[in-house]
Design a protein around this ligand. Sequence first.
Ligand code: ZN
Length: 299
Amino acid sequence: MQHPDTSQRFMIDNSAIRGEWCLLESTFQTVMAKHDYPLEIQNLLGEMMAAAVMLSSTLKFEGRLTLQARSKGPLEFATVECTHDKHLRAVARWKGDIEGFNFSQLMESAQLAITIEPTKGASYQGVVALEHDNLSQCLEFYFKQSEQIETRIWLNQGTGKAAGLMIQVLPFNATDSATAGRSEADQAEDWNRAVALADTLTAEEHLSISAEDLLYRLYHEENVRIFPAQPIDFKCTCSRERMSKALISVGIEELNRILSEQELISITCEFCNTSHNFDKVDVPMLFEPTNPDNDEHTH
Ligand SMILES: [Zn+2]
């Protein structure tokens, strides 16, 4: 049986069009079960999760992609992280009553940061103002501006699932063997047709059918090559070691002061709700020179 949460890459033969598809169910539901999110935030996080999966699929190296939206409006932040092997985690925080709020109302003076952190090498961050009516349009604008790649993105969520579809057309290249014999005008026509067909997709179809069925439904007159499905899972990267490092940076005096008032220092990971507890025995041990998490003594 196919893993329910998957992403798949595809290409339309004899054209410069490539695409990504994804469907999230258990991963989406796991994230939603961590906090009591209003529907408006669930929808936003679902769309951001599908987008992060598809964007991470375009990376050509191992690492992590993060989408983080921050606004001066009711949405304080929404963060989604997806690794190259499709481990995903997400969290959002909002304030006030946001019932019935649309994207623009949530995103007053908002920005979206797209951060790419290769396992090896320097990180890269692009920022786009969230000034369009929805996340898809903001990301399409980002690709056009920063990467000069014509991109269309469809994001849907509902019935405990989130789904994404993205198509991109590579810049025209007369010597590209994959599009041999196609002129620039042909390529523009291919693109307009691919977009028009994808625009006929309903949210209900998008959330219920497999990549194969969806691509057949849209592009059965073309030759579509579909690449193997990649499973997607919820996985948090928090650990006691990371929390230890955070505590060490606070300093022993402050930690001792807190422990004089309470039994435990408890740090809860916002992504997975796991609590990491440190008591009067644990805290001094953090500062022992033999503690591998304690970098302080090496400086
Ligand atoms: Zn965690």
